[in-house]
Design a protein. Structure first.
Length: 135
């Protein structure tokens, strides 16, 4: 896509600190990291988000994301990592080209996961039934 910053990075039109590239996938360091070593992994094929991306492309990206995440963890001596993607503005998506964040996690990094909520078993059952109708 002509105006997509990630397409431009993947094409080499905008400089980045690439850590991996093949004919389908590119990975580079995030310019606004959440933690030391935060990287992005994305398909070279433009698709706005995970729902719009063909399954085979997602498989290629996730295969490399797994390899890259393990490499980041080892290289930076991280205690773990988070792999995530956002879909839509409400979820925090700001660049509308599918990408996965690899965020190295450290025991005392101060990052907090999203807040959890308690639900009644009956509510969970009802939600599950409603979701199953849409599969």
């Amino acid at each position: 896509m002509k105006d997509c910053i990630f397409c431009k990075i993947a094409a080499g039109e905008i400089p980045s600190d690439k850590i991996y590239e093949d004919d389908k996938v590119v990975a580079f360091m995030d310019i606004r990291p959440v933690s030391r070593g935060h990287a992005l992994v994305l398909p070279k094929l433009h698709a706005a988000d995970i729902v719009e991306t063909p399954d085979d492309v997602i498989a290629d990206v996730m295969k490399q994301a797994k390899r890259i995440a393990v490499s980041i963890q080892h290289a930076l001596n991280a205690d773990g990592f988070t792999i995530s993607t956002n879909r839509g503005e409400a979820a925090g998506q700001t660049v509308f080209h599918l990408h996965f964040h690899i965020i190295p996690r450290y025991r005392k990094d101060g990052l907090k996961p999203w807040p959890h909520q308690e639900t009644e078993p009956r509510t969970r059952t009802q939600l599950a039934e409603e979701i199953k109708k849409h599969l």
